[in-house]
Design a protein around this ligand. Structure first.
Ligand code: ACO
Length: 158
């Protein structure tokens, strides 16, 4: 298993009626309203240590051939231990099994570490939605000392 984990996290679908791990989801997307707009259209998978959610990702179909990871997050106590990579690998397998041909993921122009992680996991820059964060979030967002302005979309061929 990855260094830093004594016990391997289990990744599985969030069951009907189970508590939605908003604490984790809000790490990746500060808008609860946005989260609630894509959750009903998506499959949510959680990574559990025992029965405690320590990671999450949300996979939304964009059509017959394409899906998008709308949200991915790891508990700050467990970041940097390889769980993000495991979640991306799990999402890739889940999307392949569902017959999708491409898997997309979007992130901010300011999310330097995430951009490294996604490219290392086979996602390639596909397009830029200029001004996305200025249009869709009421308050300015800052990260790494820069303002989040643009949404960078990366795509992986499955
Ligand atoms: N430069 C180079 N590489 C970097 C950098 C950087 N600045 N930052 C991270 N990385 C690389 C690491 O080197 C590592 O790769 P390596 O093992 O090959 O060296 C990898 O990124 C990190 O891998 P993990 O440990 O698997 O990642 P982690 O478990 O920390 O999960 C995640 C990553 C999900 C982004 C986590 O940090 C997190 O939850 N962040 C807060 C929420 C967030 O920003 N989510 C993504 C928003 S976009 C969206 O949801 C679609």
């Amino acid at each position: 298993m990855q260094p830093g984990f004594q016990e391997k996290p289990t990744i599985r679908l969030l069951r009907h009626g189970e508590a939605v791990p908003y604490g984790l989801l809000l790490l990746a997307d500060p808008s609860r309203e946005m989260i609630d707009s894509y959750l009903p259209l998506s499959e949510t998978r959680v990574a559990l240590l025992g029965d405690r959610p320590v990671g999450v990702y949300v996979l939304m179909p964009l059509g017959k051939e394409a899906a998008e990871i709308k949200n991915i997050a790891v508990d700050p106590m467990h970041q940097g231990k390889g769980l993000g990579k495991l979640l991306l690998a799990d999402a890739t397998e889940a999307a392949k099994k569902s017959g999708f041909k491409t898997l997309a993921i979007g992130t901010a122009n300011t999310s330097v570490g995430q951009l490294c992680l996604y490219q290392k996991q086979g996602f390639e820059l596909d397009s830029i939605n200029k001004g996305f964060y200025l249009r869709h979030y009421p308050a300015p967002l800052f990260e790494n000392g820069m303002q989040c302005k643009h949404l960078l979309m990366l795509v992986k061929q499955l």
